[in-house]
Design a protein around this ligand. Structure first.
Ligand SMILES: Cc1ncc(COP(=O)(O)O)c(C=O)c1O
Length: 379
């Protein structure tokens, strides 16, 4: 039997997934979905790898959400047969979507504008495949989606529902504004808005004689704290697999729930400035600024010891350049710590963005590498 690699032997920067923590997060969200009475369709954009998606599937769901067509193809090839592509479909890629739809049981795409419907219908017709379409609804985030109170929203839903070439699956929203919250109470209020606006829109469509099969909601903050999901049929959180420093600051998880970390090496030490430099910069951590509404001084991640036994809140990653992380230590650099060559663990601000920067993750258990997971990349 080959010896398992120790963490200190990994080349840095390296992305680690703590399998036990990820499994715990996966099971907890699966239990929440059961308790809330909805299907869980996890967004796999956070990890983009088959191994993690299989852990999610074994906790009870085969249906997934993806953020790129590359992910859709990758997971289809791995046997996932019910996929929602949850970004408004670009007209120029409708043919690809129709081709992929022929390889799986269900491929759901989403639109939020009448001009986007025709290309989907054309592609479905030319590939002889009825595509399933969600109408994206704006529940308050104001990124994408129809205004659920507008006449246009009702008219667009009616057009999709009466199309000879596509099927109207239902309404879908994402409460991305939950990321502006400062605590679980604020998140709960956004979760209620996400649920009520979307379920209310579904009721309005039904009252107009339009069949709505699914009412799909979900962000990790809202799904981590929502009290109930009456009127909703499915939830689509993604980040919860790994959680991150951002989620812990706004109160969707505890620091101990963070499953993705980056190992970095101290490559510069400057006691006169009470600072050190690590070999993890913006291309290893991402430049997500973190939950500054909670802590204006939050850096680009939380610094821990290699074994995660110690969290150094007084060491702030205050600046990132491409391959340098600049860490300032409040109160001076203690002798014997943060020496050249020492390794640290960083809990990233936004695990989805950080994970996307690595071409492999080291899946670890008991502080040693169990496996290497390879995510899909590209669009
Ligand atoms: C449409 C859609 N659904 C679901 C999610 C998952 O949300 P989270 O990343 O908070 O888990 C996202 C994330 O961006 C999204 O854009």
């Amino acid at each position: 039997m080959t010896a398992r690699r120790s963490l200190s032997a990994l080349p840095t920067p390296a992305a680690l997934v703590d399998i036990e923590i990820a499994e715990r997060n996966i099971q907890r969200m699966a239990d929440r979905a059961t308790k809330l009475g909805v299907r869980l369709r996890p967004h796999v954009k956070t990890h983009k790898c088959v191994e993690a998606a299989r852990l999610q599937a074994s906790a009870g769901t085969q249906a997934i959400t993806v953020s790129t067509l590359a992910e859709a193809r990758f997971f289809a090839s791995a046997g996932f047969r019910d996929i929602t592509y949850a970004v408004p479909l670009a007209p120029g890629r409708a043919d690809e979507a129709a081709q992929l739809a022929a390889r799986v049981d269900r491929l759901h795409v989403l639109i939020d504008h009448p001009d986007a419907l025709q290309p989907v219908e054309r592609a479905a017709r030319s590939h002889g495949r009825r595509l399933s379409v969600f109408l994206k609804v704006d529940c308050g985030y104001h990124r994408a989606g129809v205004d659920p109170e507008s006449d246009g929203a009702l008219q667009l839903a009616a057009r999709i529902a009466s199309s000879a070439h596509v099927e109207f699956q239902g309404v879908l929203t994402h409460a991305g504004h939950s990321y502006a919250c400062r605590n679980p109470d604020e998140i709960r209020a956004v979760a209620a808005q996400e649920r009520d606006v979307t379920a209310g829109f579904a009721r309005r469509l039904r009252a107009a004689g339009i069949q709505v099969l699914d009412v799909s909601v979900g962000s990790t903050p809202t799904m981590s704290v929502a009290d109930h999901l009456e009127g909703v049929t499915e939830m689509r959180p993604g980040n919860y697999v790994f959680y991150d420093a951002f989620q812990s600051l706004i109160g969707s998880c505890a620091l101990a729930d963070t499953a993705l970390t980056v190992i970095a090496t101290v490559v510069g030490r400057y006691p006169e400035r009470s600072a050190f430099v690590i070999d993890a910069g913006a291309l290893a951590l991402s430049k997500d600024p973190g939950a500054r509404q909670v802590d204006p001084d939050t850096g680009y991640g939380i610094v821990q010891s290699l074994d995660r036994a110690v969290t150094w809140h007084h060491a702030r990653i205050h600046a990132l350049s491409q391959e340098h992380g600049h860490v300032r230590v409040d109160g001076g650099l203690p002798t014997g710590t943060f020496r050249i060559g020492d390794k640290v663990r960083i809990i990233p601000n936004h695990s989805c963005l950080t994970a996307a920067l690595f071409d492999r993750y080291y899946a670890i258990a008991d502080s040693a590498v169990e496996a290497e997971w390879t995510p899909v990349r590209g669009w």
